[in-house]
Design a protein around this ligand. Structure first.
Ligand code: ZN
Length: 378
């Protein structure tokens, strides 16, 4: 367990750098074009992959070498028909050795095994072995937020067709604009950043608990004064000066991944888990959360910021000895399932709400990653 994000940082810069794992240099199209492109893409996907993706119902994955974290993330990927629509069009590597080393191809094989077989659960062993070649070890308790970034980058890098890489990026990538303004002179810099997750703090700067997901989002996008040891070097002033840092939301993707930073480093790098109650809604409207100043998007883009909860990756247990499972709403059946390795069962929204957390029950399941899906534009 444990994240690289280190100590509770007041500055967002580090977090941005961490999440910003993509080197995509392509200029973002105008927001309008992008929204229309996404809409057309959605329609195409629905027409091609409108049938139930997992037609035998939800299929479990056996735990191979403490793979509960990997299993949970695989279920979140493979239950997402927008993702599998891209995966199915990948180029199959020609040689056996290349096939064994190709992460997206091994995911495709696993998906097919899950769909075609009659068994209740399948073994993800070939994929787990393939990943071990990329330093994703077995018998290690992974951090789901980090493993998600690792998996996503491996999939993107190994999916050869440029148009699929672009579709994958647009399916998951959040775009923000960072503003930095020197408080001693007029220097102002703007920079566009891409992120795969929104890493939301669960405490404010005074270590007070943020009460709802909406509060966490508002806190994440608030302007922040960088003073004292957080000061930045101003080229115009020629020294370190206080800065005002703010972040504006530019674009939200079809599949939005929110990372609740429940694991944090305390004194002497002891990792502890924040298990407190944090409710999150099934329907999320970013226009109701952010102010005009916190957005850098046109009306078309903003109109698409209506989300519905798709999945929750939950962690239970302690930081050193924990377990992951995933609650996922089947997009084709509109039913919630709990995927706990090989055990899969249908659950209710009330069961999903049990992952809100409880301060006095540190060992119970708490939501760690929240995956929201854009509601289809009408
Ligand atoms: Zn300055």
């Amino acid at each position: 367990m444990g994240q690289k994000s280190g100590r509770q940082e007041r500055s967002k810069k580090l977090e941005l750098a961490l999440s910003e794992t993509m080197k995509a240099a392509t200029e973002v199209q105008s927001n309008k074009d992008e929204a229309e492109g996404l809409k057309a893409k959605d329609q195409r996907l629905t027409s091609v992959f409108g049938v139930a993706d997992l037609k035998n119902g939800a299929i479990g994955l056996y735990n191979v070498g403490q793979s509960c974290c990997l299993n949970s993330l695989l279920q979140v990927f493979l239950m997402n028909i927008h993702f599998t629509g891209i995966l199915r069009r990948m180029t199959v590597p020609p040689r056996a050795g290349q096939k064994n080393r190709n992460v997206p191809y091994q995911m495709l094989l696993l998906l097919e095994e899950m769909q075609c077989g009659k068994q209740k659960a399948v073994f993800p062993t070939p994929l787990a072995l393939c990943l071990s070649g990329y330093r994703v070890k077995l018998f290690v308790q992974h951090d789901a937020a980090q493993l998600f970034l690792t998996l996503w980058n491996l999939i993107k890098d190994q999916m050869k067709k440029p148009e699929l890489v672009e579709e994958l990026s647009s399916l998951y990538t959040i775009c923000v604009q960072e503003h930095l303004a020197c408080q001693k002179c007029s220097l102002e810099t703007k920079r566009k950043s891409k992120m795969l997750t929104l890493p939301l703090p669960m405490l404010d700067a005074d270590s007070c608990v943020l009460k709802t997901l909406e509060d966490c989002l508002q806190y994440f996008f608030r302007p922040e004064e960088l003073t004292d040891h957080n000061m930045c070097f101003c080229e115009q002033c020629g020294r370190k000066t206080p800065f005002l840092q703010s972040m504006k939301l530019v674009h939200l993707p079809q599949t939005l991944t929110i990372h609740l930073k429940r694991f944090c480093f305390g004194e002497s790098s002891y990792v502890h888990k924040l298990s407190h109650y944090l409710p999150f809604p099934q329907d999320l409207d970013f226009n109701a959360i952010l102010t005009e100043n916190q957005c850098q998007a046109d009306d078309n883009e903003k109109a698409s910021w209506q989300y519905e909860l798709f999945a929750v990756v939950a962690h239970s247990g302690s930081t050193s000895c924990g377990h992951y499972c995933a609650y996922i709403r089947s997009l084709t059946e509109c039913k919630w399932y709990c995927f706990n390795d090989s055990q899969v069962c249908q659950v209710s929204w009330d069961d999903v709400k049990c992952t809100y957390g409880h301060s006095n029950l540190n060992w119970t399941e708490t939501a760690y990653l929240l995956i929201y899906m854009k509601k289809c534009p009408k």
